[in-house]
Design a protein around this ligand. Structure first.
Ligand code: DI6
Ligand code: FE
Length: 400
C-alpha cells in the first residue's frame, strides 16, 4: 500500500466545532486511499511512514476536497434562448408552460447520443474538478422516458470512469410532466417502471423528484418514494423552490437524505427536517438566475440545527453554472450564510446530503480526498469571485 506524508500544511478538518474550521499546522499521513492520521507538525512519524515520500505543502491551506451534492450535469442542448426570453420579461412558469424550460432540454437530451451527452458532462465536470471537487452527484430527469433516463445515468457512471472523481447518481424521472401526458399515468406507467429498470442495472444511488405546481404533487412524489423504499434506495426532493407544497415534510417523513432549494420552506418543514436529520441543500445559482426574491429561511434552519449544504444545481435552465466556489460565494452574499457554513456546506454537510460518512472531513480513517489551496484562510474560498485558488487535489490518496 502506498504511503505518503504531507508536511507543513495548515489543516481545516471541518470536524464539528470551531476547531474544525480554524486551520491548524499539521502533518497528514496517507495510506492507500485513506487518511492514516493527522499529526501535529512535531509529532514523530509512526513505523512505515519514516521512509514514505513526503511532500512539503509550504504552509498551504488544506481542506477536505469539495463535494457537489446536487447537479444535473448530463443533458443535451443549451437554453440560451430561454435565458433571453426571461430577460425579455417571461417568468419561469410562463417559459415552462409555453413548452420551453425543462421540456426543451428533454427534446435535446433524447436526441443526443451517449457520447455527445458524455462530452458535455465531462466539460462541466472538469470545471468542478479544477476547483477541488472529488465527488459529484448527477441526476437523470431530462429523459422522461425509460431509455433516455437510463442513458443519462449510464453517462453519469461513465463520468466517474473517465475522470478521477466519484459520481453518485439520483434517478429524477419525476422532474417534469412530458408534453401531452397525464401526470399520474406518467408516474405509474413510465417513471416508476423506469426506476425499477435503472435500479436493476445498478444505475441508481438515490431517488429524487420535483414537487412543485409546475411538476408533481406530493401524492405523486409519494408513489415514487414508495417504489424507492421497495428497492431500498434513499430519497431526496426538490422542495419548496417556487411555492410551499409540503415537499420538505414529505421527504423528511421518509427519512430522506436532503430537501433542496427551499426558498418557500415554512416552520413545519423546518421542524420535520430537524427531527429527521434531513439536510437542507442551498442552491443559490438557481435563485440568482431566476432572479428570485424569496430567500430560503437560513436563519431558522440554523436555529433549528438543520445541517445546510451548498451545491451548484448545474443545469441548463435555472443554474447554468459549473462553479461550486461561486455557489459558496452566492450562499454567503445572497443567503447570508457564513463562510464557515458555506465550506461545511460543500464538504461535511454535502457528504451527509449524499449519505456518505467516509468523506467531507479530515480525520483518521476517512477517504484521503483533499483540496490544497493557495489561500491564507478558509474564508477566502467563499470570498473570491471567479477565482479558484486550487494548488492540488488529492483523490483517494493520489494527487491529481
Ligand atoms: N428545479 C430547478 O431549478 C431545476 N430543476 C428543478 O427541479 C431546473 C431544471 C431546468 O430548468 O432545466
Ligand atoms: Fe435541481
Amino acid at each position: 500500500m502506498i504511503r505518503r506524508v504531507l508536511e507543513n500544511g495548515r489543516v481545516a478538518s471541518m470536524q464539528p466545532g470551531a476547531e474544525g474550521y480554524a486551520p491548524r499546522p499539521a502533518r497528514l499521513l496517507i495510506e492507500g486511499e485513506v487518511i492514516a492520521d493527522c499529526l501535529a507538525p512535531d509529532e514523530d512519524l509512526p513505523d512505515g511512514f519514516r521512509d514514505a515520500p513526503a511532500e512539503d505543502l509550504g504552509g498551504r491551506l488544506v481542506t477536505p476536497a469539495l463535494i457537489d451534492c446536487h447537479t444535473h450535469l448530463v443533458y443535451g442542448g443549451s437554453r440560451a434562448e430561454e435565458f433571453e426570453m426571461r430577460l425579455n420579461g417571461a417568468s419561469y412558469e410562463e417559459v415552462a408552460r409555453a413548452g420551453g424550460g425543462i421540456v426543451s432540454t428533454v427534446e435535446a437530451t433524447r436526441a443526443a447520443s451517449e457520447d455527445v451527452l458524455l462530452a458535455g458532462a465531462l466539460r462541466r465536470a472538469d470545471r468542478l474538478i479544477a476547483e477541488g471537487v472529488t465527488t459529484i452527484e448527477i441526476k437523470s430527469g431530462y429523459g422522461l422516458d425509460r431509455d433516455t433516463e437510463l442513458r443519462m445515468l449510464r453517462v453519469a457512471r461513465r463520468v466517474a470512469r473517465e475522470r478521477a472523481v466519484d459520481v453518485v447518481t439520483s434517478f429524477l424521472g419525476a422532474h417534469a410532466i412530458p408534453k401531452g401526458q397525464d401526470a399520474d399515468r406518467y408516474i405509474d406507467e413510465i417513471c416508476i417502471p423506469a426506476l425499477r429498470d435503472a435500479a436493476a442495472e445498478g444505475l441508481v444511488d438515490a431517488v429524487d423528484g420535483f414537487c412543485e405546481n409546475i411538476a408533481f404533487t406530493p401524492p405523486q412524489i409519494a408513489r415514487v418514494f414508495d417504489a424507492a423504499a421497495v428497492l431500498g434506495l434513499p430519497v431526496k426532493l426538490h422542495a419548496e423552490q417556487l411555492s410551499d407544497l409540503g415537499g420538505a415534510v414529505l421527504v423528511a417523513e421518509r427519512g430522506g437524505l436532503s430537501a433542496d432549494h427551499l426558498e418557500y420552506l415554512g416552520a413545519e418543514g423546518i421542524a420535520a427536517m430537524a427531527d429527521a436529520g434531513t439536510v437542507a441543500v442551498m442552491l443559490p445559482g438557481a435563485f440568482y438566475t431566476l432572479r428570485e426574491t424569496q430567500l430560503p429561511p437560513v436563519e431558522a434552519l440554523r436555529n433549528a440545527g438543520v445541517r445546510m449544504a451548498v451545491a451548484t444545481d448545474s443545469n441548463p435552465g435555472s443554474a447554468p453554472m459549473s462553479s461550486l466556489l461561486l455557489a459558496m460565494n452566492m450562499s454567503a452574499t445572497l443567503f447570508r450564510m457564513t463562510p464557515e457554513e458555506t465550506l461545511r456546506g460543500a464538504t461535511a454537510n454535502a457528504a451527509a446530503a449524499l449519505g456518505l460518512n467516509d468523506r467531507g472531513r479530515i480525520a483518521k480513517g476517512l477517504r484521503a480526498d483533499l483540496a490544497i489551496w493557495d489561500a491564507e484562510t478558509p474564508a477566502e474560498l467563499t470570498y473570491r469571485i471567479g477565482d479558484a485558488p486550487l494548488y492540488t487535489r488529492y483523490y483517494k490518496g493520489t494527487p491529481c
